[in-house]
Ligand binder design. Structure first.
Ligand code: GLY
Length: 379
């Protein structure tokens, strides 16, 4: 048996592989412990061309860049690295331009590959560069935050921010594969872990009642980084995301269900200037508010609304009291949401745990009341 086949067999035995079925753009997500050091062999298996550029940030580089780089170099890949300061500010056209300049200076060719090694910011930015440099070059995601492993690295959304709105400039550009090494979560700051849990709770509410129960029963273990629990959570979340993305890659319809909690959540995140609340924390509040709208619209039962609130209550997130929250400002942000159609704010709302609607026009009086409700809840 060849070395490569041997490697694949070992990998399959030691990791879980979720497939994202998208015709000739299908790809696997490899999920497992201590996988980073396999990146060189995996790139050989996927016939990745010799020139690779790793884009990462300072925090992640400190822990994992040398491991990834040496695994690639051992397999004779030629590797350039770009290490950015960490933070959302890097998702800008100014940073993108600096990266294009480097790629041109290094003579990076069309058959080269970009590896995103980092959380959502690095993944979105590096993916945007891969999608646009020479009209598209190879792209691999190595997500290092829970949020990136369960959400942003899967499904091909890549992009940068515009000063007026987040994620407004971008593309759908699928990676060649995703490598989610669960061991890296041990160095993830607690708040970042909680942000990932926010998206995980969302998957339970929108698609999978059994998974929601699993999270209820194992929340403390997840928060204390129990390896088995986190591994199951990542695997199930990726399966659910792959299910949605494979049916509606470009968000014409079904994919919008992944936005549950995001319309109000994003408005809260912006009101806190993207500092008081992190994305996943804001989404947790957003889900409370949007579930309240579902209750007032007689869509979800009081019992299911209570169950959702009770789970979220057990997740430590910052209070809203330090943020200046005026409903008029929140509405202004919501009117820029990508789901807005004919000036109507639209949301996907739960019918029950595990069952969500497609986007619906929402009466602004209900939104107003839900904002008052979440402001009280979050004190
Ligand atoms: N994060 C939502 C999506 O990928 O569609």
């Amino acid at each position: 048996m060849s070395l490569q086949k041997n490697f694949l067999r070992t990998l399959i035995n030691n990791s879980h592989i979720v497939k994202v079925p998208l015709g000739n753009r299908s790809y696997p997500i490899y999920i497992g412990a201590n996988l980073l050091k396999q990146i060189g062999s995996l790139c050989l298996t996927h016939n990745v061309a010799r020139k690779i550029v790793i884009i990462t940030d300072e925090n992640v580089a400190r822990h994992y860049l040398s491991l990834v780089k040496s695994s690639l170099e051992k397999k004779k890949f030629s590797v350039h690295t770009i290490v950015l300061p960490s933070g959302e500010r890097q998702k800008s056209s100014a940073t993108a331009e600096k990266i294009y300049t480097k790629l041109l200076e290094w003579n990076i060719e069309r058959n080269s590959t970009i590896i995103a090694l980092g959380g959502g910011v690095v993944g979105d930015l590096a993916g945007f560069i891969a999608a646009t440099y020479q009209r598209g070059i190879g792209f691999i995601q190595i997500p290092t935050s829970l949020l990136a492993q369960v959400d942003s690295s899967v499904g091909g959304k890549v992009g940068i921010n515009h000063p007026l709105a987040k994620n407004m400039i971008g593309a759908f550009y699928q990676p060649l594969f995703v490598l989610a090494d669960t061991s890296v979560l041990k160095t993830l700051p607690k708040r970042e872990l909680i942000c990932g849990i926010g998206e995980v709770v969302k998957y339970g509410i929108i698609l999978d009642k059994k998974f929601f129960s699993f999270i209820e029963q194992n929340l403390n273990k997840a928060l204390s980084r129990d390896k088995k629990v986190l591994s199951h959570i990542i695997q199930r979340s990726c399966e659910l995301k792959a299910y949605v993305v494979s049916r509606d890659e470009k968000e014409q319809n079904l994919r919008a269900i992944l936005n549950f909690g995001h319309t109000i959540g994003h408005a809260l995140e912006r009101a806190g200037k993207f500092a008081s609340l992190k994305h996943g924390e804001a989404i947790l509040y957003g889900m409370i508010a949007e579930t309240n709208i579902a209750l007032e619209s007689r869509m979800v039962s009081f019992a299911d609304k209570e169950r959702i609130e009770c789970l979220i209550q057990q997740i430590p997130i910052p209070s809203l009291s330090s943020i200046r929250l005026r409903n008029a400002d929140l509405f202004e942000t919501m009117r820029k949401d990508k789901k807005v159609k004919d000036n109507s704010i639209r949301m996907t709302l739960p019918h029950a745990i595990g069952k969500i609607s497609l986007p619906l026009n929402i009466d602004e009086r209900l939104i107003d009341r839900a904002l008052d409700y979440v402001k009280l809840y979050g004190v």
